[in-house]
Write a protein that binds this ligand. Structure first.
Ligand code: PLP
Length: 373
């Protein structure tokens, strides 16, 4: 079956096969990765190699630290403020709200200091002669109101539930706030295309969409932003400790890091992030192209910011939803149900979903429309 889950989601089959083959005996060590000390030479090799492969994939310079942490994107919604918010005195951070996840980040940060919405798409607007509903668009950059004294400006570059993706983001100097670094939650499109991480101060991403199993979060931070944690920050979540110990300040999620490392090697072997982008663009073009050609289905997102990873769509006749999902399951197309907060359907077409999977989905969409349209 083709798996369209938003996360945890499909992983490359060859990665799963390799993990299975090495399950009982990693490289002649006589141990499973799960059974190794996180300070022993085998795991240190696995972890350091994962870090250097990721650094290579992102073209990341040495003045950025890569940390493999626990807590997921939701954990980082608290860990980031605890580490960064007090960096310039009184704790303060700004947020761009474009969906469920950026709103969650904004709300969580408010527990640690002054959180301010610099821009929001929570209201409906007219754009390009069309009505755009709440959280289906990105506020134009020239409307963002960033406080100059903020410790950082946070945005979620791909809203997994809404299906809104930033194809680019502004330099904060252009917003009149040159000392305010960007912090980006890239959880659901990490490694899906080239991204210049050096244009932001920090990026974080839960692995369980494009980069591995649940349990590990990739955290990338410019080194000068590290070392300013609020006194309440737990030591195990203080970036200064985690970076100094190369993600081994305390026991990290060893098996998840190992599988993420296999995924990094798979991305490298398949054209790197540029190769991922070419495949992802072809998949997204195929799916959106069909949805736009049909009056039976509809994707509600403003076209220039439609996510290449998470494609929500609704059936014009919502009473057919159950029949649609049952038929999809029977056709081997799984986990297409939309998030409960927006309803409808959602096809998550991450790196590990090949074009053949999206073609199969489009064929099913056509067939269902022929039957019920
Ligand atoms: N941020 C984004 C963009 C997400 O998609 C998710 C989860 O789906 C999260 C944050 C929260 O991640 P977690 O469940 O790992 O805390």
């Amino acid at each position: 079956p083709w798996n369209f889950s938003a996360g945890p989601s499909a992983l490359p089959e060859v990665v799963l096969q390799q993990a299975a083959a090495e399950m009982l005996d990693w490289h002649g060590s006589g141990m499973s990765v799960m059974e190794m000390s996180h300070r022993g030479k085998h795991f240190v090799q696995i972890c350091d190699e994962a870090e250097s492969d990721l650094r290579e994939l992102l073209g990341l310079p040495a003045d950025y630290a890569i940390m493999f942490m626990q807590g997921g994107g939701s954990g980082e919604n608290a860990i980031v403020p605890m580490n960064l918010m007090g960096r310039r005195g009184s704790p303060a951070a700004d947020f761009v709200v474009t969906g469920h996840w950026s709103k969650r980040s904004y709300k969580e940060a408010g527990r640690y200091g002054s959180a301010h919405v610099a821009a929001s798409s929570e209201q409906a607007v007219q754009l390009d002669g069309r009505e755009q509903g709440p959280l289906t668009w990105v506020p134009p950059v020239d409307t963002w109101q960033v406080r100059k004294e903020s410790a950082y400006l946070h945005l979620c570059s791909n809203e997994t539930i809404g299906g809104v993706e930033f194809m680019d983001w502004p330099d904060t100097a252009a917003l009149g706030a040159p000392d305010v670094p960007l912090v980006i939650d890239a959880s659901s499109h990490f490694l899906s295309r080239p991204m210049d991480v050096t244009r932001c101060g920090m990026m974080y991403a839960g692995a369980q969409k494009n980069a591995g199993p649940a349990g590990v979060t990739m955290v990338i931070a410019r080194r000068d932003l590290i070392g300013h944690a609020l006194p309440i920050c737990p030591s195990a979540f203080d970036y200064a400790n985690v970076a100094a110990e190369h993600s081994r300040y305390n026991t990290p999620p060893t098996f998840a890091i190992y599988v993420a490392g296999l995924v990094f090697k798979w991305v490298k072997a398949n054209g790197g992030v540029a190769g991922m982008e070419a495949a992802n663009k072809a998949k997204a073009d195929l799916l959106y192209g069909f949805l736009d050609s049909s009056s039976f289905y509809r994707n509600p997102i403003h076209a220039p910011v439609r996510s290449r990873m998470n494609v929500p769509f609704v059936l014009r006749d919502e009473s057919l939803n159950d029949a649609f999902l049952q038929g999809a399951d029977a056709a081997g197309l799984t986990q297409l149900k939309g998030h409960k907060s927006v309803g409808g359907m959602r096809a998550s077409i991450y790196n590990a979903v090949p074009l053949a999977g999206v073609s199969a989905l489009v064929e099913y969409l056509k067939e269902f429309e022929r039957r019920y349209g």
